[in-house]
Ligand binder design. Structure first.
Ligand code: AMP
Ligand code: FES
Ligand code: ZN
Ligand code: ZN
Length: 320
């Protein structure tokens, strides 16, 4: 197996591209794919300040590393979800990476800063954990990006993630979700721009990227996500991809090129009509969904000497 670029010994094959690469040229391939996604979908401009949501897993650490390599000013944000046996370990990986590269990482911890955790919130709100988790993440990622004045918030969603979500949405023809399934969501109404620079790279490539770059990452998946529908969709797509390499790419990018415009995003928390009276963040009602979740979970807005978060130009303390 020879590297497509230099004909030296290859360390990885990327069947989707019908190509093998040596370590050096594989790393270059990953950076090129990210640069291409950024340019093609107008995710970022030179000089943008980016906040990268890092979970301690391979994808988010890799996207942080690549954005820095590409010259962006990128800081990290880690959100501690209070999941025993999972959150403390994943936080250690995120901190170790930031320290090893001299990068700045903000840590927001749900139990310490907001007085609740995902398990408790899911139980009291009668939601599945991933739903309470997704709601909390969306709110706190947006909040941190706005507060820090970043140009964009980046996540580590890769091609496997996006294709699996797309399959789930198509199976049920969830038009309002399909209308929002874009690699970039533009800023507006108090929301930051959100970008997914890894959409051209798969899970296996990101694991190889981390190994070749010496990045230690949390391998275990969240224990509460076990049995999650997306895992089944990923398995189904993997078995199709195995027989027909390139299917995932064709499915996802074919959707973006030929079908995404047919769907209109539904009214959701990205169509706010006012500022939440409690936290000041954009909301579709008087009180935002996050503050409702906080209330049910017995949590509180930060009041323990951390910087007062500001949304829509109003400090939380004034909004209350
Ligand atoms: P997931 O929702 O676990 O599929 O993760 C998707 C992306 O969300 C990751 O690639 C990260 O960018 C981000 N993310 C997930 N969990 C966290 C976390 N605890 N803290 C910060 N970012 C996270
Ligand atoms: Fe969200 Fe596990 S990471 S429920
Ligand atoms: Zn090579
Ligand atoms: Zn609120």
């Amino acid at each position: 197996m020879k590297c497509r670029v230099c004909r030296g010994p290859a360390v990885i094959d990327v069947r989707r591209h019908n190509a093998n690469f040596c370590g050096e040229h594989f790393l270059r391939h990953c950076r090129e794919q990210v640069a291409r996604a950024i340019k093609g979908h107008q995710m970022l401009e030179a000089g943008d300040r980016v906040l990268v949501a890092v979970s301690g897993g391979k994808d988010s650490l890799a996207v942080w590393d690549i954005l820095v390599e590409l010259g962006y000013e990128a800081d990290g944000l880690y959100l501690g979800l209070g999941i025993d046996g999972y959150s403390p370990e994943s936080e250690r990986f995120a901190r170790a990476f930031a320290e090893s590269r001299g990068l700045s990482l903000e840590v927001v911890d749900l139990p310490t800063d907001y007085g609740y955790d995902i398990r408790g919130a899911a139980r009291s709100a009668k939601r599945v954990p991933c739903s309470a988790c997704g709601l909390s993440k969306r709110h706190l990622f947006d909040e941190a990006a706005e507060r820090g004045g970043y140009d964009a918030l980046a996540t580590g969603h890769n091609l496997d993630d996006e294709a699996a979500v797309l399959l789930g949405n198509v199976l049920r023809w969830q038009g309002e979700y399909l209308g929002r399934q874009q690699p970039v969501l533009h800023a507006g109404d108090g929301f930051p721009r959100k970008v997914k620079p890894l959409v051209r790279l798969g899970e296996r490539e990101m694991a190889a990227y981390c190994v070749l770059r010496g990045i230690d990452y949390m391998v275990e998946e969240c224990p509460m996500a076990l049995g999650n529908k997306h895992i089944g969709y990923k398995e189904a797509l993997n078995s199709i991809e195995e027989r027909s390499p390139g299917s995932k790419h064709a499915f996802y990018f074919g959707f973006l090129d030929r079908a995404a415009d047919l769907f209109v995003p539904g009214d959701d928390d990205r169509s706010p009509i006012r500022a939440c009276v409690r936290c000041g963040s954009p909301a579709g009602a008087e009180v935002c969904a996050f503050c409702h979740l906080l209330e049910r979970a017995g949590g509180h807005l930060p009041s323990n000497g951390r910087d007062v978060p500001v949304r829509l130009g109003r400090p939380i303390s004034e909004a209350r």
